[in-house]
Design a protein around this ligand. Structure first.
Ligand code: S3P
Length: 424
């Protein structure tokens, strides 16, 4: 007789995208805002540091943060370079805000961020009237001279929430109408938050348009848990890696449909996954995701599915090694310009642990195996690679060593203890 499996519940830390936006909106708001359960990770600290250098008083990021906003154009000229660390979201969203402020700022970042493309934000923001100067190529360091801006209608060739948000924030601060169209709607947290704070914003499919506002209301926000962090433990549970093989409940998670692509694909693979909305927070649906183990089958991920699961693709590739048959991911060329080239790095690491994987120009192919996998993987300082292979190690029967475990601090500082808790 087997013992009945018990349901385990866990709340992963606050959503990274919503945490960045909450800090920026609180800084631009007209009064005191209160943010609970903000994600205290390295990336969010970068946004806080940059805002402090611009005159905003932000306390140490804890469970209950109060911020006095400086109004829509109240930031002050920085006296030092603005260090965005490893955070593309900080660099790109803040470039929109800074383009509309009448001073010069210099944005810098770590080695990985200094390799990532910034032309995607400098082009539309320059078309609005800001001036950009780069050292070499269109990478950080990037010097922005802001000032009065023109309205903009922008058609973006790729789906990117960072580009969309930079344009919306520039329009908001400058007081000019802006609109942006992208092939498939990217995560829409900026639209939802600005809408909840009184800004007139129309959004439909891949189109978003902002009407100028005179002020941004201060707010109270309890940041829901990050679905991208929850995805790691959901993948673990789907593959039967949770102790006693029982179901896992991931509570208080942001259930924004533009973030749930991984969970939808996991279901297509045959996994037992469901979610239920319980409340709303600043325009964001929030609730519980439940995952139980079941045999997984390979899947085809198409270009239009990619934006809603862009950060979860390394994890999906790792899970695909445990699925019956082949998995193919296409239309995911954006993975090459993330914290690492995630296509090359995932394929090399899968091969290093004994899995069959093939690199494609815009994605990858993985063949499932029942054999145990083991070896050492190189995370390239990329938090999502470290965690994806951490999960693979927990479900693959072999030992997988991650060369840089500490880089998870970028988005999920407690990842290793949480993994130990649900597998122990
Ligand atoms: C983010 C947008 C996405 C995502 C990143 C966070 C955001 O990047 O990969 O982790 O908070 O806006 P892109 O806008 O480049 O797709």
């Amino acid at each position: 007789m087997t013992a009945p499996s018990t349901t385990r519940a866990i709340r992963v830390p606050g959503d990274k995208s919503i945490s960045h936006r909450a800090l920026i909106c609180a800084a631009l708001a007209g009064g005191r805002s209160r943010i609970r359960h903000i994600l205290p990770s390295a990336d969010v600290h970068s946004t806080a540091t940059v805002l402090r250098s611009l005159g905003v008083s932000i306390p140490l990021l804890g469970d209950d943060v109060r911020i006095d906003g400086r109004g829509l154009s109240g930031l002050t000229a920085p006296t030092e370079p603005l260090d965005c660390g490893n955070s593309g979201t900080t660099a790109r969203l803040m470039s929109g805000v800074l383009s509309a402020h009448p001073f010069v700022s210099r944005l810098i970042g770590d080695e990985s961020l200094s390799r990532r493309p910034m032309a995607r934000v400098s082009r539309p923001l320059a078309a609005m009237g800001a001036t950009f100067a780069f050292g070499t190529g269109e990478h950080l360091p990037m010097v922005i001279t802001g000032g009065p801006l023109q309205p903009l209608e922008w058609a973006n060739p790729t789906s990117s929430a960072q580009v969309k948000s930079a344009i919306l924030l520039a329009g908001l601060v400058a007081g000019v109408p802006v609109s942006i169209t992208e092939p498939v709607r990217s995560r829409d947290h900026t639209e939802r938050m600005l809408g909840a704070l009184g800004v007139e914003l129309r959004s439909c499919g891949g189109h978003a348009a902002l009407t100028p506002a005179t002020e941004l209301a201060s707010f109270q926000l309890d940041v829901p848990a990050d679905p991208s962090s929850a995805a790691f433990l959901a993948g673990l549970a789907a593959a039967g890696g949770v102790r006693a093989g029982g179901p896992l409940e991931l509570t208080d998670v942001a259930l924004n449909p533009t973030r749930l692509g991984f969970f939808r694909v996991l279901r297509e693979m045959g996994a037992d996954v469901s979610w239920e909305v319980e409340r709303e927070e600043c325009g964001e649906p929030v609730g519980t995701i439940t995952v139980a183990p079941r045999a997984l089958a390979g899947v085809r991920v198409r270009a239009e599915q990619v934006p809603a699961m862009i950060d979860e693709l390394p994890l999906l590739a790792c899970l695909a090694t445990r699925a019956e048959g082949e998995t193919e991911i296409r239309g995911a060329g954006e993975l090459r310009v993330k914290e690492s080239d995630r296509i090359t790095a995932v394929v090399q690491n899968l091969r290093a642990v004994g899995a069959e994987a093939e690199e494609l120009p815009d994605g990858l192919r993985v063949r499932g195996t029942r054999g145990s996998l083991g070896g050492t993987i190189r995370a390239h300082g990329d938090h999502r690679l470290a965690m994806a292979f951490g999960i693979l190690g927990a479900i693959s029967g072999g030992a997988i060593d991650v060369d840089d475990r500490a880089c998870v601090s970028v988005s999920y500082p407690g990842f290793w203890p949480d993994l130990a808790r649900v597998t122990a």
